[in-house]
Write a protein that binds this ligand. Structure first.
Ligand code: CP
Length: 320
């Protein structure tokens, strides 16, 4: 880990063990110790933002977005700015004008870190392989680790103990579901996904989550029955039925997911104290009703706020 001339408080125990070239291309790139330390640091950054004002010491970080974004882009830019660094934004395809391995070896000469939102996980992996600076996955087809960190921070705020918490994901077994499942398993939660036939999460990722859950006392399960999934759940989570890049499947998916809308009736089968979660943007009237998003149970804007704090913690861990 590199040291830097900053006045921010020392990171929590565990962070100091981080290797210099620390990529977060997927959730499990963080060790258990680092994962917990990031969550603790995210809480501290949220409580005391001024203490970290110059923590990045003027470092520059490239934000590369091949896909649209509101939350991820704004919160990374703000996070870098509020930590005393500089964000360099670049929209558009990577590896179109030159091989990705060349782009990676240009970027590493200029910036201290790379945040990348792209289509394929392979693009994130290749960027991490070819650049000598840390690469953070800001969403790929397989994972959304920054979202899951903010979601775990939110659940830790809403519930005194996340161990044993019942988290039900209703919808597509997509990148958000993958990251959520892995992080929930790490914290000892009981994670269930309800999905239509043919929209299961990746078998390999489920196996990883099950392995983690076996260590933490959590569980991972799947069903095609949304009512079975939400029964007694403490948190109900959903995401759009057609993710970015799947727009041409939107009509077919509307049919396939028709019985998977999170509405007031489905929420009434959860625990009375259950919260509603969504990574946003939401398509009201499809995966969730307007009344659920606007209800007192909805914590979607807390999740969005925590993107800022969780990503600050990640940047501090990798770059400070
Ligand atoms: N949740 C999320 O990643 O939002 P954006 O697509 O707006 O970044």
């Amino acid at each position: 880990m590199t040291s830097s001339p900053v006045s921010a408080p020392p990171p929590p125990a565990g962070i100091a063990s981080r290797i210099a070239k620390g990529d977060v291309t997927r959730d499990l790139d963080l060790t258990h110790e680092e994962f917990r330390a990031v969550l603790e640091l995210a809480d501290d950054v949220k409580r005391s933002p001024a203490a970290y004002r110059s923590a990045l010491g003027g470092k520059s970080i490239a934000l590369l977005f091949e896909k649209p974004s509101l939350r991820t882009r704004i919160t990374f830019e703000l996070a870098i700015q509020q930590l005393g660094g500089f964000a360099i934004l670049n929209d558009g395809p990577i590896g179109a004008r030159e091989p990705l391995k060349d782009a990676a070896r240009n970027l590493e000469r200029w910036v201290s870190g790379i945040v990348l939102r792209t289509f394929l996980q392979k693009t994130v992996d290749d960027m991490a392989r070819w650049s000598r600076v840390p690469v953070i996955n800001a969403l790929s087809d397989m994972y959304h680790p920054c979202q899951a960190l903010a979601d775990m921070q939110t659940l830790r705020e809403k519930f005194s103990d996340t161990r044993g918490l019942r988290l039900a994901f209703v919808g597509d077994g997509n990148n958000v579901a993958h990251s959520l499942m892995l992080c929930a398993a790490r914290l000892g939660m009981h994670f269930t996904i309800a999905h239509p036939e043919g929209y299961e999460p990746e078998t390999k990722i489920v196996a990883e989550a099950e392995r983690l859950a076996a260590e933490t006392g959590g569980t991972v399960s799947g069903t095609t029955d949304p009512y079975a999934a939400v029964r007694g759940a403490n948190a109900i989570y959903t995401d759009v039925w057609a993710s970015m890049g799947e727009e041409d499947e939107a009509a077919e998916r509307r049919t396939d997911f028709a019985n998977y809308q999170v509405d007031d009736d489905l929420m009434s089968h959860a625990d009375p104290g259950a919260v509603f979660m969504h990574c946003l943007p939401a398509k009201r009237g499809e995966e969730v009703t307007d009344s659920v998003v606007e209800s007192k149970r909805s914590v979607v804007f807390d999740q969005a706020e925590n993107r800022l704090h969780a990503q600050k913690a990640l940047l501090l861990m990798l770059l400070q």
